[in-house]
Design a protein around this ligand. Sequence first.
Ligand SMILES: O=C(O)CCC(=O)C(=O)O
Ligand SMILES: [Fe+2]
Length: 307
Amino acid sequence: MSFIVEPLSPELTFGKTIRGLTSEHIKDPAVRDQLRQYWVRDGMIVFRDGEINEEFQLALSRIFGPLEAHPVKEIRTEGKPDLITLKSEPNSATVVDIDGDVGGGYLGWHKDLVYVQHINHGGILRALTPSKAGGITGFIDQIDAYERLPDDLKKRIEGLHVVYQMAPFNAQRYMTRATVKIVSTAPMIQRALDRIPQDFPPVSHPLVFVQPDTGRRALNLSPFFAMYIEELGEDGHELLTTLAHHIIDGPAYHHKWGTGEMILWDNWRMLHSVTPTPVDEERVMQRTTIQGDYGLGRTLEFPVAAE
Ligand SMILES: O=C(O)CCC(=O)C(=O)O
Ligand SMILES: [Fe+2]
């Protein structure tokens, strides 16, 4: 049996759904090549109705590049160096209040690893335990976001850079339009935050990224982890706010998880976010980290944020 490729949604300019893909199919080099093309051209793929398990998640991920161990060792999966585990569980999650919606596992709009010099090229995510409520993963395309920018803004951001740093939610000014209050921080996350002054210096990435394979321009802003525009300092606050709102208000794909899907994205191009899971519910996700380096990140000197 063959697999089926469909647009992710008739309303969106990005994304594919692939149904019925199995380990048998990916033995064929032509199929692997086709999958790499979709990844670069469409930004993300939702895999459904096929083989959905850890072994296939790993094999599929390796089609797009070698896997790397995540630099935040606290979220690595014990005994499985190629997987991270992201958990929201009663009593030990980071709990936030977002405009009155209280829950665990929340993440604002971001690119993975933008707070280090080498931004991984992608990842494949799978739900081990989906939550009944919340825990919706959103995706936004930054090529589309760039194309929708007014010409004067396109000109204004050319050549500018953004400084990023790992920092707690209360030091994040751009990741959402909502007001986020920290209720409690998971001990595991606190351990990672405690290492910021030694292990996570600020880094700079350009505001515009040109996709090497296609020459298309992408707005290269991760609102979560963005501290300030390198060339403008605090004077760039309004510009950064305008750009973040432009992105956040644009078209998005929202995924409600079951155990029958895996999602691949191009992390150089797509942003993602997660809505909170109710505090009495468990949600467990596992993700691979596909290595890569677009060569545009630059590590800076301490100090910047780190509260
Ligand atoms: O938990 C999710 O849905 C996504 C978490 C995330 O940001 C990631 O896997 O990179
Ligand atoms: Fe992420």
